[in-house]
Write a protein that binds this ligand. Structure first.
Ligand code: FAD
Length: 580
């Protein structure tokens, strides 16, 4: 049985981006938020370190300096019109959250406290600046709770534990018609008709073995859109965060270095002094992750296998650690049995953040080609590529991105819904393609379960599409992914039931991860230069002559991929060599 719903706006995802969009729409147009997780379980709640804005509460700061840092941090691949908007609107976005009741940490004079973060500097790179607003090391948790409370106050309608697994257009393929969702409790398919659809479904770090990302981050939104013929942008740029807990990947926030923590190799040396003499341990993430890998590769890693370096907090006062970094220190104790008051904490780079995703313009409208947007379709947050982060995101710029562009997506969705007189017609049998996919998995008898294929995907992506990559490792990974796709074609599940069939949903999510991993590797193989998080050992230099452009990858009807490009929007800041 298929249940149908009709809304003006449907928002897919209840993380920071989705909730911020919903707040905008509430009370103005008929809006539903669909989320596979209960909203306050979204990954935004795991964010620790902060959200930046040039408030200048503790020292001089300007939004233009923030914009410069973001452009330079992006290795000049970020679009400067979008970056200007984000950095300028950041100040109001923070004040707005404060007025919604977000309990920011405070300075003695009552203003919002701010601390330094990687790549954020005073006056175009002179020295680190205190720009990150925070609530201890639980900033994302506070943002998510605050936004959710505002949604409850505004009676936003939620469909929780509903998985959006298909996107619908009008029969002629020219307009947004809605989405199809799978209800976890009953196994029923629901059609949600909508004039505007906003994807805010988060990242896809689960294609890697060592990752800071939660189990649910499987890129469903980008995968669904990609399978419907839309392009994905800049997928080769995946951020590795320098300080994941050794082997586990669980994140120790950059706030630890913002508060004065330093990295040391097996000689006890503060090695970042060699790689980034001006801002040292507060260099951007791509550079710090590469430096750690290089120390390890050259034999200066710690431990029996020489596979980690140490995050040293022992010189910081205990009171500061307790007040400013309670989670970071507790994670070190819980997961490693290490006491950060007195010992260095073993860390290694961990797959963290997707710079790429569903391409949009600054109004969060989704691009269906380099120069055309698709009527009624919007995307915001980590699943989108605006592009404000380019080839490398600065810490604290994502919590900012989700509120600034989440709001813009909400405004765009309202505008489109109110200007569109009627809902688009649905295609014939709107649930048929999804029902077919689910039936195929349920009825498959001779294939293997998802778990083994997923483990191999994660292990091999971890080995071959890492901080350092080469034509050879990437070609090998393309071959592995093709073989995994063949095995996935007959994937099976033990649970054949309708109620809470997580087995089935994990098999579907694995299909999304496999498709997205192919776009990551294809983009990386194609881009014969090094820029931001994408470092090719066989093409170690940035090549602005050939590669100052965004990659778009499309899926063809036969499952192969086609590449295209979109020019970078330049602005005030000319590309320069990136030194810190
Ligand atoms: C451990 C950690 C720490 C971080 N710390 C910081 C920080 O300090 N500062 C910073 O700026 N950034 C930080 N980041 C990055 C930042 O938190 C994320 O990029 C950002 O919160 C993503 O928000 P989002 O709203 O786009 O997605 P999410 O918060 O991930 O929400 C995604 C939503 O989509 C829903 N969804 C997904 N698929 C489906 C589907 N198929 N159907 C229906 N719903 C679906 C989920 O239920 C969820 O509600 C951190 C990230 C991690 C992992």
């Amino acid at each position: 049985m298929i249940t149908s719903h009709t809304y003006d706006v449907v928002i897919v995802g209840a993380g920071g981006a989705g909730l911020r969009a919903a707040i905008e729409c509430a009370g103005k147009v008929k809006t539903a938020v669909i989320s596979k997780l209960y909203p306050t379980r979204s990954h935004t709640g795991a964010a620790q370190g902060g959200m930046c804005a040039a408030l200048g509460n503790l020292e001089d700061d300007k939004w233009e300096w923030h914009a410069f840092d973001t452009v330079k941090g992006s290795d000049y691949l970020g679009d400067q019109d979008a970056i200007d908007i984000m950095c300028k609107e950041a100040v109001d976005a923070v004040i707005e959250l404060e007025h919604m009741g977000l309990p920011f940490s405070r300075n003695p004079d009552g203003t919002i406290a701010q601390r330094p973060f990687g790549g954020h500097t005073r006056n175009h790179g002179e020295a680190p600046v205190r720009r990150a607003c925070y609530a201890a090391d639980r900033t994302g948790h506070m943002i998510l709770q605050t936004l959710y409370q505002q949604c409850v106050k505004r009676d936003v309608e939620f469909f929780n534990e509903f998985y959006v697994l298909d996107f619908l257009t009008s029969p002629d393929g020219t307009e947004t018609a809605g989405v199809v969702a799978y209800e976890q409790r009953t196994g029923a398919l629901h059609v949600f008709r909508a004039k505007s659809v906003v994807f805010a479904s988060g990242g896809f770090g689960k294609m890697y073995k060592v990752t800071s990302n939660a189990h649910a981050l499987t890129g469903d939104g980008p995968a669904v859109i990609y399978r419907r013929g839309f392009p994905l942008e800049d997928m080769e740029f995946f951020q590795f965060h320098p300080t994941g807990i050794y082997r586990l990947g669980i994140l120790l926030s950059e706030a630890a270095r913002g508060e004065g923590g330093i990295l040391r190799n097996s000689d006890g040396e503060r090695f970042m002094e060699r790689y980034a003499p001006t801002i040292k341990d507060l260099a951007p993430r791509d550079m710090v992750s590469r430096a750690i890998r290089q120390e390890i590769n050259e034999g200066r890693g710690c431990g029996d296998d020489g596979e980690y370096v140490l995050l040293d907090l022992t010189h910081l006062p205990k009171e500061q650690l307790d007040e400013k970094l309670p989670d970071v220190t507790e994670f070190a104790r819980t997961y490693l049995g290490v006491e950060p008051y007195t010992e260095g904490v073993p860390i290694q780079p961990t797959a963290h953040y997707a710079m790429g995703g569903i391409p949009t313009n600054v109004d969060a409208e989704v691009r269906v080609s380099p120069d055309r947007v698709f009527p009624g379709l919007f995307a915001a947050g980590e699943c989108a590529s605006v592009s404000v982060h380019g080839a490398n995101r600065l810490g604290t710029n994502s919590l900012l991105d989700i509120v600034v562009f989440g709001k813009r997506a909400g405004l765009g969705a309202i505008r489109h819904a109110t200007q569109t007189p009627r809902h688009a017609d649905l295609p014939d049998a709107p649930t048929a393609p999804l029902a077919e996919l689910l039936d195929r998995i349920i009825s498959s008898t001779d294939g293997e379960p998802a778990v083994e294929i997923r483990r191999e995907l994660q292990d091999t992506m971890n080995d071959n599409a890492q901080v350092f990559r080469t034509g050879e490792t990437l070609t090998e990974q393309m071959r592995i992914l093709a073989a995994l796709q063949d095995r996935y074609a007959t994937v099976t599940v033990d649970d054949k039931g309708k109620t809470y069939n997580t087995d089935l949903l994990e098999a579907v999510e694995l299909g999304h991860l496999l498709d997205l991993a192919e776009t990551v590797v294809e983009g990386a193989l194609n881009r014969t230069e090094s820029r931001g998080a994408h470092y090719r050992e066989d093409f170690a230099k940035r090549d602005d002559g050939n590669w100052m452009k965004h990659t778009l990858v499309y899926r063809e009807a036969d499952g192969t991929r086609r590449l295209d490009y979109r020019p970078v929007t330049l602005g005030r800041y000319e590309p320069m060599e990136r030194k810190y």
